[in-house]
Design a protein around this ligand. Sequence first.
Ligand code: HPA
Length: 270
Amino acid sequence: MIDQSNQALAVITKRHPDFRPKVAVVLGSGLGGLAAHLDAAPPIPYDALPGFPKPGVSGHQGQLILASAGDTPVALLEGRAHLYEDGRADAMAVAVRTMAGLGCEALVLTNAAGGLDPDMEPGSVMLLTDHLNFTGQSPLFGLPGDDRFVDMTQAYDLGLRHRLLAVAAEMDLPLHQGVYAWFAGPQFETVAEVRAAGILGANAVGMSTVPEVILARHAGMRVAGLSIITNKAAGMSDFTLSHEQTKRNAALATDQVQELLATFLKGYGG
Ligand code: HPA
């Protein structure tokens, strides 16, 4: 895996020898348009990057884009792999370690999620303050060494959260804040699971992001996370849940989240 990450690094640095991104962003379903807000180089397909995922979920692309957001060099990961695709919690390990190897000091994660709070309407946006891992899985299973015992107390970096909140306030974008609960999927949660997650402190439920957070903390990166709330979680509305609905309602917030991310990245500084 370290080898694959080194090979991927070699492919990227051969194409862009002097480019050292500071921030990497994992773009969930429908957010691929962020590159259009930035000064972007031609995409590198994941196929060209050893160990990168082969995204199989519609709405996910599968390419790396290096770009400049104002003065901030960034790396955009369009598309991710999920635990439910082949049962591997470490499916994003090479991609995340490659970002760390390129020099990224921060990783911003985006996703679609079901909302539990009554005021989280489809199309609203939540800043992650913490997470619950309900899968029993870790992308660090099997790793040797004491650094696998990663401290998760400050998993979602306070400084990055403050900056995102400040940008959202300038945009007049209401930003919910809350705890994201990771379920394995691919089936949506039962009503009882959502009720249990709520009792245990969840504000949103989803099927991604948490393994990347763990990998990024293991690699020493600061982390921020944003959920587009695409639906009320199971049992909280009369709608039947579907991936179609997720994709359709993600589009309600993509423009705002892209603007939020573009402004945040341009003002990143370090
Ligand atoms: N549950 C899990 N994942 C999701 C949901 C949900 O309700 N909505 C979008 N992704």
